[in-house]
Design a protein around this ligand. Structure first.
Ligand code: NDP
Length: 335
């Protein structure tokens, strides 16, 4: 069983030397346990925060242990009556090829149906990132039909699901993404009404101008994935009583400062700004997954994936995700 451990903590930007690849034997199963062979590992921005040992909403990843991570795979051995060999499952197996899971611990493993939805989608559109988009849109932004909503990192796992969910509610949906290829994909394939290239609008003034053009009626809801000057520009274009779902600030994850120039606009515009962590809202997951599964099965939500091959490729692919090298959901294929 190949595994990737967190070997040491980043000083500033993370590097491949923070990780270590090892090979171990999988232990023999005890009663109640299941052996899962992972088909895909999910790479997600939150993992960068876990590599630090500073205080955060989630505990930091201990050194010398397998990196945390979502996985989908297949049961290859079972000593639990609810799981049979061949069952497809989603869980938190970590950066390794196999995991031994206690089938009795609630929430550790969930069986999934791959008849209409591909297995990998349970790590993206019909998984944690999809539910994240759903929570921010439905519970925080709560848009009315005809309102304008904006999302940054629009071509990614969360952003693409946000677009499909917001379109289904009759919103004008505007994305922000890095580069012309991603922007073309966001409008032509994901069906957004407009997309702004943040690489071509790399400062507050030009981003504010681009948002004015793309959002002629102002901004009613913003789903924040990036932070920094993009948030400032949104505040300048926000309507009275606009809502901001603060989901992520990836531009700052690798140690960069994220100053905010105009926080007074939150007051002036009487805005609601609410941060959230999707794993603290398990009560919405069934409803959200039902809607996302329906959109995926009907072909309305089939976002792009970037797939690295083999566990050894995971560190490089993860560092790429923090720099926008991924295009859509970043996965590692293990089988
Ligand atoms: P993505 O698939 O969107 O990949 C990350 C993308 O972020 C990159 O492709 C890149 O897109 C963009 N990005 C990276 N650095 C920068 C930068 N400096 N400036 C602008 N854009 C940048 O990731 P996810 O969809 O998985 O996650 C999106 C966000 O949601 C993250 O902030 C993540 O932390 C957050 N999140 C929060 C959760 C919660 O519970 N609160 C749960 C899940 C995710 P581009 O090339 O377009 O710039």
């Amino acid at each position: 069983n190949q595994q990737i451990l967190l070997d040491n903590r980043p000083q500033g930007e993370a590097t491949v030397d923070n990780f270590r690849l090892v090979t171990t034997d999988t232990p023999a199963l005890q009663d109640g346990q299941v052996l899962v062979r992972h088909h895909y590992l999910s790479l997600d921005p939150y993992m960068r925060g876990r590599m630090n040992d500073s205080k955060s909403y989630a505990a930091s990843q201990p050194l010398g242990e397998v990196m945390i991570g979502g996985t989908v795979g297949e049961v290859v051995e079972s000593r639990h009556p609810a799981y049979a060999v061949g069952d497809k499952v989603v869980g938190m197996g970590g950066w390794q090829e196999y995991s031994v899971v206690d089938g009795n611990t609630p929430g550790m493993l969930r069986k999934v149906d791959t008849t209409h939805v591909p297995l990998s989608a349970y790590l993206g559109a019909v998984g944690m990132p999809g539910v994240t988009a759903w929570y921010g849109l439905v519970k925080i932004i709560a848009p009315k039909a005809g309102e304008t909503v904006v999302v940054s990192a629009a071509s990614g796992a969360v952003g693409s699901a946000f677009g499909a969910l917001a379109k289904a509610r009759g919103c004008r949906v505007v994305g922000i993404a890095g580069g012309p290829d991603k922007c073309r994909y966001v409008t032509e394939e994901l069906g957004f009404d407009a997309c702004i290239d943040h690489r071509a609008n790399g400062d507050l003034k030009s981003m504010a101008r681009a948002l004015k053009e793309a959002c002629p009626d102002g901004i009613d809801g913003y789903f924040e994935n990036v932070g920094g000057y993009i948030l400032d520009a949104v505040l300048l274009r926000a309507n009275a009583f606009a809502r901001v779902a603060v989901c992520g600030m990836i531009a700052g994850y690798d140690g960069q400062p994220l100053p905010l120039q105009n926080p007074a606009l939150i007051l002036i515009n009487r805005m609601k700004v609410e941060g959230f962590i999707v794993s603290e809202h398990m009560e919405v997951w069934p409803e959200a997954l039902k809607e996302l599964g329906g959109l995926a099965a009907s072909g309305k939500l089939r976002p792009r994936e970037t797939i690295a091959q083999g566990l050894a490729a995971a560190p490089e692919a993860f560092l790429g995700l923090l720099k926008g090298k991924n295009f859509g959901k970043q996965l590692v294929k293990l089988v």
